[in-house]
Ligand binder design. Structure first.
Ligand SMILES: NC(=O)c1ccc[n+]([C@@H]2O[C@H](COP(=O)([O-])OP(=O)(O)OC[C@H]3O[C@@H](n4cnc5c(N)ncnc54)[C@H](O)[C@@H]3O)[C@@H](O)[C@H]2O)c1
Length: 276
C-alpha cells in the first residue's frame, strides 16, 4: 500500500536536489513536493524551474507553511532547525531533520519531542551518512557501555568549521594523518557543525551526546569521507566502517546522506518496513 505524502523542503542544496530528482523520477510513490524555500531566493527558483512538477519557489517560510504540507523536510543548516521547525510542529506538520546536530541543544530537543506528542505528528531523523542506527537502537535495551565514532576526511573537508577557524589551523599545511579533535559528541557538533551530524544521529539512537565519543581526523591521503563506529554492550560488540563518496553538488555532504533522505521518505509512504 502507498500512502500519499505532500511535502515541502527548506534548503535548496545538494540533498534537496537529490530528493526533487528522485521524486520527479517517480522513485517515491505517493510523494508530491508542494514547495521549496531557501534564504537565497535564486536557489529556490532554480530548483522550482529545474525540477518542475508544480513545485512552488516560496519567497518566505510563511509562504511555504501556507502550502499546508504533511511533512516539512529540513535540508538547510542547524540554525534552520530552531528557526522553522517549532512553528511547523505547532501547526501539526511532521518534520524530517537532516541537520541533526541542532538537537544537541537539550532545550530544543525536548520542545520538539513535547510538540510532536502534543500535536500527534512525527519527527524523522534519517540515518544520513552512516546507517547502522537500527542495530544500535535495537542494542540500547541490552545496555551499551561505549560508542566511539571516528570521522576521517581530507583536510579541505573541514574548511570553515568553528574549531579550525577558532584555532587558526592552516589545513593546507597538514601533510599526514592528524587528529583534530577528540571528545564528546556534544562538543563535536558545535565545533564541526557541517561535518558531524552523523555523531548527533548516533547519539540520539544510542547513549546520548555526553557519552558518545568522537574523533575527528584530517587525512591528506583520504580519498573518501569515512566514518568508523565501534559499539560495546550487553548484546556483544559492533564495528561499522562507511566509506562515502561526496555528493555531486556539495563535497561536504556524503552522497549516502541524500540517498538516506529519499529512503526515509519511501519508508513514510510505504506500509512495508524493513529494519528496526
Ligand atoms: N544527517 C546527516 O548524516 C547529514 C549528512 C550530510 C549533510 N547533512 C546536513 O544536511 C544539511 C543540508 O545539506 P546539503 O548538502 O543539502 O547542504 P547545501 O549547503 O548543499 O545546501 C543547504 C541550503 O540551505 C540553505 N540554508 C541554510 N540555512 C538556511 C536557513 N536558515 N534558511 C533558509 N535556507 C537556508 C542554503 O542557502 C543552501 O542553499 C546541512 O546542514 C548538512 O550539514 C546531514
Amino acid at each position: 500500500m502507498t500512502r500519499p505524502l505532500k511535502l515541502c523542503i527548506i534548503g535548496c542544496g545538494s540533498i534537496c536536489k537529490h530528493i526533487c530528482g528522485s521524486i520527479g523520477k517517480g522513485n517515491v510513490p505517493g510523494a508530491v513536493i508542494l514547495g521549496v524555500y531557501d534564504r537565497n531566493p535564486e536557489r529556490s527558483e532554480s530548483v522550482a524551474s529545474d525540477f518542475g512538477g508544480g513545485i512552488k519557489a516560496a519567497s518566505s517560510f510563511d509562504e511555504l507553511l501556507s502550502l499546508e504540507p504533511d511533512l516539512m523536510v529540513e535540508a538547510a543548516s542547524q540554525s534552520a532547525v530552531s528557526e522553522y521547525l517549532i512553528t511547523a510542529l505547532e501547526r501539526g506538520i511532521s518534520v524530517m531533520i537532516m541537520s541533526a546536530g541542532a538537537l544537541s541543544d537539550d532545550v530544543l530537543l525536548s520542545r520538539i519531542m513535547q510538540l510532536s506528542e502534543e500535536r500527534q505528528c512525527d519527527v524523522h531523523i534519517p540515518s544520513g551518512a552512516i546507517g547502522c542506527l537500527d542495530a544500535i537502537r535495537s542494542a540500547v535495551s541490552s545496555g551499551i557501555s561505549e560508542v566511539v565514532i571516528t570521522t576521517r576526511k581530507p583536510p579541505s573537508g573541514f574548511e570553515g568549521s568553528k574549531y579550525v577557524v577558532d584555532n587558526e589551523i592552516d589545513l593546507s599545511s597538514i601533510k599526514s594523518e592528524t587528529v583534530l579533535f577528540e571528545g564528546s559528541a556534544r562538543d563535536a557538533v558545535l565545533l564541526f557543525p557541517a561535518n558531524v551530524n552523523v555523531a548527533a544521529s548516533l547519539s540520539l539512537a544510542g547513549i546520548g551526546f555526553d557519552r558518545t565519543q568522537v574523533r575527528v581526523v584530517a587525512d591528506p591521503d583520504a580519498k573518501r569521507n569515512s566514518h568508523e563506529i565501534h559499539v560495546e554492550g550487553g548484546f556483544g560488540s559492533m564495528h561499522f566502517i562507511v566509506n562515502n563518496v561526496p555528493s555531486p553538488d556539495n563535497p561536504k555532504t556524503s552522497y549516502l546522506a541524500a540517498l538516506s533522505a529519499v529512503e526515509s521518505l519511501r519508508n513514510i509512504c510505504s506500509s512495508f518496513h524493513v529494519g528496526t
